[in-house]
Design a protein around this ligand. Structure first.
Ligand SMILES: *[C@@H]1O[C@H](CO)[C@@H](O)[C@H](O)[C@H]1NC(C)=O
Ligand SMILES: *[C@@H]1O[C@H](CO)[C@@H](O)[C@H](O)[C@H]1NC(C)=O
Ligand SMILES: *[C@@H]1O[C@H](CO)[C@@H](O)[C@H](O)[C@H]1NC(C)=O
Ligand SMILES: *[C@@H]1O[C@H](CO)[C@@H](O)[C@H](O)[C@H]1NC(C)=O
Ligand SMILES: *[C@@H]1O[C@H](CO)[C@@H](O)[C@H](O)[C@H]1NC(C)=O
Ligand SMILES: *[C@@H]1O[C@H](CO)[C@@H](O)[C@H](O)[C@H]1NC(C)=O
Ligand SMILES: *[C@@H]1O[C@H](CO)[C@@H](O)[C@H](O)[C@H]1NC(C)=O
Ligand SMILES: [Zn+2]
Length: 412
């Protein structure tokens, strides 16, 4: 009985934390459960130059409504717009943790001078890889898939114009991944983003301009998160509730701002370093192959008998996507399951919009006994137990929570 009560308490608390999610970032032409993508060379070719030729789409960008592409999300006077001011003023900044904005170092890294790296009071991942917040009001990061023998498959920095062959490969293998999309890329390559949702991938945000978030002001952090979610919503019809900071640079101030929007960060516990091959001194394609090989070995040498991983990889370019394709068969042999993060965490609703439902872990690994569709819509899945993360219809869910709590009290 006490476990029953604790479970309810947990569900209730979780629902409360998520209660003031913003649900209407912009209007959209897209029904995310019925996506169709036009057959144009950019969406069908596997030739990089053809795929990456600019195209016009129905997702026109009115410059007045958006930050400058690839510039900080407060650019183009976004921070003085009524829309952004209203959002900014809806947040109780007096409750924000009092944490300094960090400085970039001369070499483009982070300057940690003066920070207490031993005690890490602000749970600054870049300093300590901390993921359990120390300040109130912050959603804890997700760092690994909990199920044994499970590879959490994630790709950052998309949608890339040149990703057709890669998404084809994933589709042929009936493989979903968590895709962390950059807001600027979504507006540049809308059909690429639509493909991600259509193929049932778990779409999450990866900021507007890919800056180190702890070096930005509260206002800038809010704008980076908000305009990325808005871009994804505008194009694909879904508003992601999960995101990943560029370079993992998050602390409790950034977590708190994200939590005000109802967003939770997904980090990783294994990093392929795929993006760095050939561009960072000391990192070659062989280094990255060896990283993959080590992670594959860990799938069969006992490292993941009690839990799983989340692996950081990228869809940035042909090379990083090829690493994933090359090693995929060996990963499949060494691990029991390869899944996206929404699935391994039983997050049945990773978006504000309830029309898309993800299978929970058990449903996914037994999927051929039931059904899964291209849009990630699993009919009837929302009725099944384990789907505890619904975020729509908050007031009524809270009421139901209170009702259950009362029942639990009476029963104890
Ligand atoms: C969402 O916002 C748009 C414009 O900002 C408005 O036209 C629309 O009616 C709103 N939708 C809902 C469901 O509130
Ligand atoms: C808007 O953002 C810019 C860049 O971050 C900043 O310099 C400026 O002070 C901000 N303006 C207001 C009114 O907050
Ligand atoms: C990489 O480029 C080669 C040569 O153009 C192509 O055959 C291959 O499909 C590409 N791989 C990916 C993942 O795009
Ligand atoms: C498993 O393999 C990894 C990569 O080679 C290695 O770092 C780790 O120590 C091994 N663990 C065990 C339990 O053998
Ligand atoms: C997308 O991929 C192309 C081709 O691999 C690459 O040149 C380009 O830099 C990538 N674009 C982004 C924004 O990552
Ligand atoms: C997911 O659900 C399964 C059963 O449905 C459960 O065994 C597992 O612990 C759940 N995982 C998480 C992360 O909640
Ligand atoms: C389910 O069936 C599809 C199509 O035959 C197959 O590609 C996929 O690997 C199967 N999934 C699992 C989890 O066995
Ligand atoms: Zn990135």
């Amino acid at each position: 009985m006490i476990y029953y009560y604790l479970t309810l308490l947990f569900v209730f608390t979780f629902v409360l934390v998520q209660a003031d999610v913003k649900t209407n970032y912009t209007t959209t032409k897209t029904d995310p459960s019925k996506i169709s993508i036009p057959d144009i060379p950019q969406t069908t070719s596997n030739d990089v130059a053809t795929e990456c030729a600019y195209y016009n789409s129905e997702y026109t960008v009115n410059p007045a409504e958006w930050p400058t592409i690839w510039d900080i999300a407060t650019s183009n006077n976004m921070n003085t717009s009524q829309e952004f001011q209203d959002l900014y003023n809806s947040i109780d900044w007096a409750s924000a943790p009092n944490i300094a904005v960090r400085k970039a170092s001369a070499t483009g890294g982070l300057d940690m001078t003066g920070y207490d790296t031993v005690n890490d009071p602000d749970c600054w991942w870049s300093s300590s890889q901390c993921t359990k917040p120390k300040h109130q009001g912050c959603n804890a990061d997700i760092v690994n898939c909990p199920e044994p023998g499970t590879w959490g498959l994630t790709f950052d920095d998309g949608p890339n114009c040149s990703h057709n062959a890669f998404y084809e490969f994933l589709q042929q293998n009936n493989q979903q991944a968590s895709m962390f999309y950059i807001g600027s890329n979504v507006l540049n390559w809308p059909y690429g983003a639509l493909r991600g949702v259509k193929d049932g991938h778990h779409i999450a945000g990866h900021t507007w301009s890919h800056k180190m978030m702890t070096t930005l002001s509260n206002q800038e952090v809010l704008a980076e998160l908000y305009y990325t979610a808005k871009a994804i919503k505008y194009v694909t019809g879904i508003t992601p509730l999960y995101w990943r900071p560029a370079l993992g640079d998050i602390d409790d101030r950034v977590r708190w701002v994200a939590s005000q929007l109802g967003f939770t960060a997904i980090l990783w516990n294994l990093d392929t370093d795929d993006w760095a091959a050939g561009t960072t001194p000391g990192v070659t394609p062989q280094t990255v192959d060896q990283n993959y090989q080590n992670f594959i070995t860990m799938g069969s040498n006992g490292s993941f008998v009690n839990s799983g991983n989340i692996v950081l990889s990228h869809e940035i370019n042909n090379m990083t996507m090829d690493f994933a394709i090359q090693h995929y068969p060996a990963i499949k042999n060494a691990y029991k399951h390869i899944v996206d993060v929404a699935t391994c965490m039983n997050i049945s609703h990773p978006y504000v919009e309830q029309v898309i439902t993800f299978p929970n872990f058990d449903q996914k690994v037994n999927e051929n006994a039931s059904t899964a569709t291209g849009s990630g819509v699993v009919p009837g899945a929302s009725q099944l137990p384990g789907a505890a993360t619904s975020v729509s219809a908050m007031p009524s869910i809270i009421l139901i929570g209170i009702l259950f709590m009362t029942i639990a009290f009476v029963m104890i």
